[in-house]
Design a protein around this ligand. Sequence first.
Ligand code: ADP
Ligand code: MG
Length: 693
Amino acid sequence: MSSLTQTVSALSGVGEALAAKLARLRIEQVADLLFHLPLRYQDRTRITPIATLRAGHEAVVEGEVAASDVVKGRRRSLLVRLKDGSGILSLRFFHFAPAQQQQFQAGARVRCFGEARAGATGLEIYHPEYRLLKADDTPVEEHLTPIYPTTEGLHQSRLRSLIAQALRLLDSDAASLPDWLPTGLRERFHLPELHASLRYLHEPPPEADIERLAEGRHPAQRRLAMEELLAHQLSLRQVRLRIQADGAPSLPSGRSLQARFLTQLPFPLTGAQQRVLDEIGHDLECPRPMLRLVQGDVGSGKTVVAAMAALQAIAGGCQAAMMAPTEILAEQHYRTFRDWLTPLGIEVAWLAGKLKGKARLDAKAAIQDGRAQMVVGTHALFQGDVHFQRLGLAIVDEQHRFGVHQRLALREKGEAGGLTPHQLVMTATPIPRTLAMSAYADLDVSVIDELPPGRTPVQTVAVPDERRPEVVTRIRQACAQGRQAYWVCTLIEESDALQCQAAEATREELTDALPELAIGLVHGRMKAADKADVMAAFKAGELDLLVATTVIEVGVDVPNASLMIIENPERLGLSQLHQLRGRVGRGSTESYCVLLYHPPLSAHSRERLAVMRETGDGFRIAEKDLELRGPGEVLGTRQTGLAQLKIADLERDRDLLERISALAVALLDEAPEASEPLIRRWLGEEAGRYGQV
Ligand code: ADP
Ligand code: MG
């Protein structure tokens, strides 16, 4: 074991208690200390003449006490006047001991550090760190002083000394922390060497650009951020390679079955749907698993595309499965597929976690013996006890709830024929291109960039909640004209239970206010069958108004619904609002979305609601969301490891993202052996194993 891969307990002074604290900072090996970078720096390397001090700056000042007094202002304080020949400064202590007062005799020499501010006597430093100087005193610091992120009970000085130990080990055993980027590659990409970067960041020289460091834009920082992003990219590519190393069934385009489906469909495909289908069709013909993401805004018609792909698999003698993230959505897809495919003589099966007893056994049997050619369900579909006879295509709707691990797990579902199913993932979260290239490096991307014709854009208004009665009247009018409406209650706290209670209360209140309407309720705590019944009744037009929690966010399709009220929209992210709003505007009538907010709004919330009023374009909304909330939130934490970056910051380092693919390609070409250790370094042992077959 080399010196840097030892656990931290190998360092002097590290016992169990300290090791536990370090573990809270995700520091386990000695090398982890080196990658624990400072948040900011203090400059204690030079003494600043008092005359050049500015308010708001931290500095070391050295001088002679001119006077010290206890003064009475609004609060009693000890005021020490310090002069250095260039000017005079006050040190002020609100808490002080009599002994302290004694120390500051006129003529005593003091060195202190703190932030200067404009005070009652001119520039002052409150509660500086200070030391009385002796004749033979130590000089100032050699390096900028790093301030590290830390945890309770772990002092900066302790962290600094541990990191200093780690740096000494790096000096004596440089080989134990290899720079995996070859020199030529580093030079082409203008990246400094690893060890030099780490040393620089822990011990910056006095002349270092402290502001650039504070912004995280110093070349040494960018080198590490780049390496981290590279590791994520490599890990996704490795997942892709690993999946594609397996064979997949080659599925010739199933033209006649697809043609029969299209003739029974009441509309022609849009050009964008057709183009994306061509791309999918081509992938399915290859004996290598397809890994394709289809991005298409809400309402762009992804379900038909999924059905056409499924038909190609079925025509090729395979089964197709479609998985949705919620039961409501899965149930709806099930009904759609059943209506579409049964007339073609195809058996469609349904499977969800809540399906129990005989029904479950029957469904599993039909899946296993191949009678069920199309299977629709929730993630229950891909659990261990479900066996497919010959799964050729797995479709995952609403990708942002599905991660790399599940994608790998799908490989095992091709078990019977030894073939891995093709994978098609669909998302309505339009992600800006550079981000998509990083977050989905393991997928090919197709975009449905056109909505079906005849859609009228949804008119969006923001209304303060004191005008609730007007909104109720509006619902009455819409329903009187045979339209339907949604009323969405948003999260009150981080509590599902409270959200459901609020939705129940709203339903009662609206039932009192609108006695002539049939009003239904769906929320996350209802039984799956009850939810499905309510959704079916709403879809059939038996309910006028549906009160719901955000469970209806994804995918629900009821074209006759033309009015949506969203309560407290200021609590939701833009992409989520866009998803919700996408539930209306699906038919040919003019649709409305009312954002019923609770005043006063913060400037930030006002800006977000304004974006919703101004545009219906999912890509623009996603860009804005990214700007306002940052990529971690937009992508969702579960989706990719990118949400847990240690050093890189997707927002700040957006320009790096554009170079990551090129760097990954170059590295795999010039030093393929570096890929796995880089993944291990940044994503841990487990991710390193993805790549092993
Ligand atoms: P999403 O992309 O949000 O999943 P859906 O697949 O639910 O969208 O489609 C939204 C609505 O548009 C559905 O009612 C669907 O039948 C309809 N639709 C899909 N494609 C077309 C088309 N080419 N022309 C007209 N309507 C279409
Ligand atoms: Mg959909």
